[in-house]
Ligand binder design. Structure first.
Ligand SMILES: Nc1ncnc2c1ncn2[C@@H]1O[C@H](COP(=O)(O)OP(=O)(O)OP(=O)(O)O)[C@@H](O)[C@H]1O
Length: 884
């Protein structure tokens, strides 16, 4: 090749990553280059060197090796080496190409094309398809809810969507026991994480539920939380570092945050979202801690019994969540009296109208309280009350012993069905277990506060094991909260609690989603005993065994003070008390159904929207586009796929595996499925959805790499002159100054496609990508490079000329996307302004902060950054495919 001259700049077609090369020697048939960016030298046979000349054109902007930039105004050549005349900030300059900066952007699609870097058609197509799939997912009405391994239950999806899409949501999730508050919290977290609205999350749970939460988050949501316990913290204490800053997703036992030092560390660690389980257990100090930890951030409080600890405590929870809305207890009490009238008014409104939202927000329970009840959700099992009056013979011996004897008989009669036994303290658990072991040789699983967390989890697993596990789990009251034991359908109350909410919590261990059978609630007692009276009070006074009971707190307020006395009063006095309870129960139930519950029902699930979400997810589950995408991705990135049984696939890294650290892919192979039913049936199989980390990583891998950004293809079209050519240019936008939008920041709108003929006319609407693809033919790399070489200059010109049109289209699309996001903020601002009219404690600067955020987003969306995403040269080779 006689074109070479020392001092010229060339690019290696096979090793583009070496950067811009400089010819340092030509001897015989060899040419030598230095690549200053990497310090590498290369020597090639001149006749077939895989090199492309690097040339600037008039108006191109480039950099001198000293770092300053200039715009090319003229070009001259001396002995084969170019000298660029140009304009820099300080005036006219003259830059020989030897002095060009070695760092030039060679990876841009156009540069790659011009350098002869031509990718396989499949890679180019996968990139285009990835854009389409990504946009489709970004616009999915249930974005954030697709990835969970759950049954699609509308009330949960509604809460996940409604709360998950609020900026920094602050909500009390108070569904009745066992309706899926953990699942709802998971859906909210996933929605926030996947949409870039939250990155750092802290979850505080009762110590006994730590592992259950960790497992549930992994299994159902593929969310990997780090457990922060004392050992973990001490490790960082030694290094004088804040343990709460060491991970993004943190799960910690509530006992840890009771230590002032830890609470202070948690408060400085900066969270986007804080989740507190079993929030009815919070005391004043806890509330103060959480106020600091979650100041101005998202906060989810979970409890099935929000008013268990009294109205003041309930008000404190609400105030913690929304101090602007709930600033005066007295006023709140007055408002509660008007709930019935508000509910009547709401009933006359369109259930999806903004007016109803405003009404609920300002006068009702507000947007902060969500509570679904079994009354509105179908499919729950029947509860059967099984009182067992112990016979006189049995009663002669110690009553506790006789209860255990009876328990053994029950266990034998229902064998092998599992039985959850609850009694109120640790000592009784141990005594009952010892009695069972010594007297009957029966080994029971134990669960109480004296055991470590690991021991408790082992015990729960021993109980859950269907083959070799224990038939009975004997638990103290701590097993009565939060745990999932719905694989059992018998519960035995060795004693009864004295608060109806506690009883409801106990029954809720079995009466939860996933319970497929009716539930038997066994209560053994001796005739004339206190337990018998309590059982009667619960059963006849408030149907607490057979119906989910939400009146507990109110009844305790009204009658709790008399309970102990009445339990030991005369028969007639006690009967009167039961009757009195029954009447109050009916009244409270009726007033709740008309007032607060009706408002809550409206707030907590709008069936129309909830069903739409459910249908949208089910429709996506049924589509073939995800498998199509993933098979193409696996193929391109060297993942081997084997069909296991038509529903499950085995994935393994292949010999040419090129996606290190792909989530959900183990060295030894991983099982995956695209089918929800299969995923629910097999815990060891990963559920691949558009939101699974592997699929999200696939989006990023395909779109981040330069492979697939430049391509050449030929047309065989007799209607067009041979040699006629087109340039397909795909432009994309990003919003670099809006980092809180997740993938939407990088891909705020669909890319813009221009399909230009050689005279620069855009044929996009006439020849769609789909139509074009059907007519295109493969061209080998060498021929492709020759075509590019021949059309280099006009192609460069076309690229330059096409910018204004692409810019215009993308700017418009970004403006629309920005308006959507800003409208949401506008709603929030409007709400704050309205609330401020009646509540002076809302600070003007809080509203201003929101307005500032909106203004920043508007500005960010007004100046998107535009890029050429990919480019394809299409050349017509005539009907017979003659060489061009
Ligand atoms: N949509 C769902 N698909 C499958 N399983 C579910 C779903 N929702 C809930 N479950 C299961 O039902 C059980 C109860 O759910 P969860 O623990 O979230 O309820 P909860 O309201 O937090 O209960 P508690 O009031 O006892 O704390 C769990 O075992 C959970 O895995």
């Amino acid at each position: 090749m006689s074109d070479f001259a020392i001092g010229q700049r060339w690019i290696s077609e096979t090793e583009i990553e070496l950067g811009l090369g400089l010819i340092t020697g030509i001897s015989g048939r060899q040419v030598s280059l230095l690549f200053p960016a990497s310090g590498e030298n290369r020597a090639y046979a001149s006749s077939e060197a895989p090199l492309t000349r690097y040339l600037l054109e008039i108006d191109d902007v480039s950099r001198h090796s000293d770092g300053w930039s200039f715009r090319v105004t003229d070009i001259e050549e001396t002995e084969g080496v170019l000298i660029y005349h140009g304009q820099a900030d300080d005036g006219a300059v003259k830059v020989p190409e030897t002095q060009l900066h070695y760092q030039v952007q060679l990876n841009s699609p156009v540069n790659r094309l011009l350098a002869g870097q031509i990718d396989r058609v499949s890679k180019y197509n996968l990139r285009q398809e990835t854009h389409q799939y990504l946009q489709k997912w970004l616009k999915h009405p249930a974005r954030g809810l697709l990835g969970a391994r759950i049954e699609l239950l509308p009330h949960q999806l509604y809460i996940g969507h409604n709360v998950g899409s609020r900026p920094a949501p602050r909500v009390l999730l108070a569904d009745e026991v066992g309706l899926g508050k953990t699942i709802e919290a998971g859906l909210i977290m996933q929605t926030q994480l996947i949409n870039g609205m939250a990155n750092r999350i802290l979850i505080q749970v009762p110590d006994s539920l730590l592992h259950q939460w960790m497992i549930e988050l992994r299994r159902r949501f593929s969310l990997y939380f780090s457990i922060l316990d004392n050992d973990y913290c001490e490790l960082y204490d030694e290094q004088e570092e804040n343990p709460f800053e060491q991970a993004q997703l943190v799960l910690c036992p509530s006992s840890l945050l009771h230590e002032p030092q830890r609470a202070a560390q948690a408060a400085t660690a900066g969270w986007d979202l804080v989740v507190i389980d079993e929030a009815h257990q919070l005391d004043t100090q806890d509330i103060q801690n959480i106020r600091e930890i979650a100041a101005n951030k998202g906060l989810l409080l979970l409890t099935a019994t929000p008013d268990q600890a009294g109205a003041d405590s309930h008000f404190a929870q609400l105030q913690l969540l929304d101090p602007e809305r709930f600033h005066d207890l007295q006023q709140f009490r007055e408002e509660q009296k008007k709930y019935r009238a508000i509910a009547d008014q709401a009933a006359t409104m369109d259930s999806d109208s903004p007016e109803i939202n405003q009404l609920l927000d300002e006068h009702g329970t507000g947007r902060v309280l969500m509570r679904n009840t079994r009354a509105h959700i179908k499919g729950f099992p029947q509860r059967r009350y099984q009182p067992h009056e112990l016979s006189p013979d049995e009663a002669e011996i110690d009553i506790f012993d006789s209860k255990i004897e009876w328990l053994q008989k029950l266990a034998k009669s229902v064998q092998p069905e599992k039985i959850l036994v609850i009694t109120h303290n640790q000592q009784q658990v141990e005594e009952a277990a010892a009695f069972m072991r010594v007297r009957f040789g029966r080994h029971c699983a134990l669960f109480h506060e004296g055991m470590t967390l690991v021991e408790r989890d082992r015990a729960a697993a021993f109980f859950a094991d269907q083959e070799d596990g224990a038939q009975l789990l004997i638990s103290s009251e701590i097993g009565g909260e939060g745990r999932n034991f719905q694989f059992a359908r018998h519960i035995v109350m060795l004693d009864l609690p004295t608060h109806p909410d506690r009883l409801e919590q106990r029954i809720g261990r079995l009466d939860r989603i996933g319970q497929s059978d009716h539930i038997d609630i066994h209560v053994p007692y001796a005739n004339g005993s206190r337990d018998q009276r309590l059982a009667l009070w619960y059963e006849q006074g408030m149907q607490a065994f057979t119906q989910p009971n939400a009146t507990g707190h109110r009844l305790m307020q009204l009658l709790g003070g008399q309970l102990e006395t009445k339990l030991t009063a005369s028969d007639s006095e006690f009967a009167e008390f039961v009757e009195n309870t029954r009447q109050h129960y009916e009244d409270v139930k009726a007033s709740m159904a008309e007032g607060r519950d009706r408002l809550l029902e409206l707030n907590s699930c709008r069936p129309e929207l909830a069903n739409k979400l459910q249908q949208a997810i089910a429709a996506t589950d049924g589509e073939s586009s995800l498998p199509t995408f993933m098979f193409a991705f696996w193929d391109q990135f060297g993942v081997e796929v084997e069909d296991k049984d038509g529903k499950r696939l085995i994935l393994k890294p292949g010999q040419h595996f090129a996606a290190n650290g792909l989530p959900g892919l183990d060295e030894e192979g991983s099982l995956v499925t695209f089918d929800r039913v299969t995923a629910l049936a097999y815990d060891d199989v990963q559920f691949l959805t558009w939101e699974h980390p592997q699929v999200q990583t696939a989006f990023e891998l395909v779109l981040n790499e330069s492979q697939g950004t430049s391509s050449v293809a030929i047309l065989k079209n007799s209607a067009l002159p041979t040699g006629h050519w087109f340039l397909e240019l795909i432009f994309s936008a990003s919003i670099p100054e809006a980092p809180t939008l997740g993938l939407q920041q990088l891909y705020p709108t669909a890319p813009v496609r221009l399909f230009l003929d050689s005279s620069g006319r855009n044929m996009d609407s006439k020849i769609t990508a789909q139509t074009l693809n059907k007519q295109l033919h493969f061209v080998n790399k060498k021929s492709g490079a020759q075509m590019v070489k021949a059309l280099r200059k006009p192609c460069q010109q076309l690229v330059k000329d096409s910018w204004p049109e692409a810019e215009n289209k993308l700017n418009q699309a970004c403006a629309v996307a920005g308006t959507d996001i800003c409208n949401q903020l506008e709603d929030e601002i409007r709400r704050m302004r309205t609330l401020r009219e009646r509540n002076p404690s809302i600070r003007e600067d809080e509203i201003q902060a929101l307005e500032q955020k909106k203004e920043n987003l508007e500005k960010a969306f007004a100046k998107p950054q535009l890029n050429i995403d990919s480019v394809r040269l299409v050349v017509n080779a005539g009907a017979d495919g003659a060489t061009v």
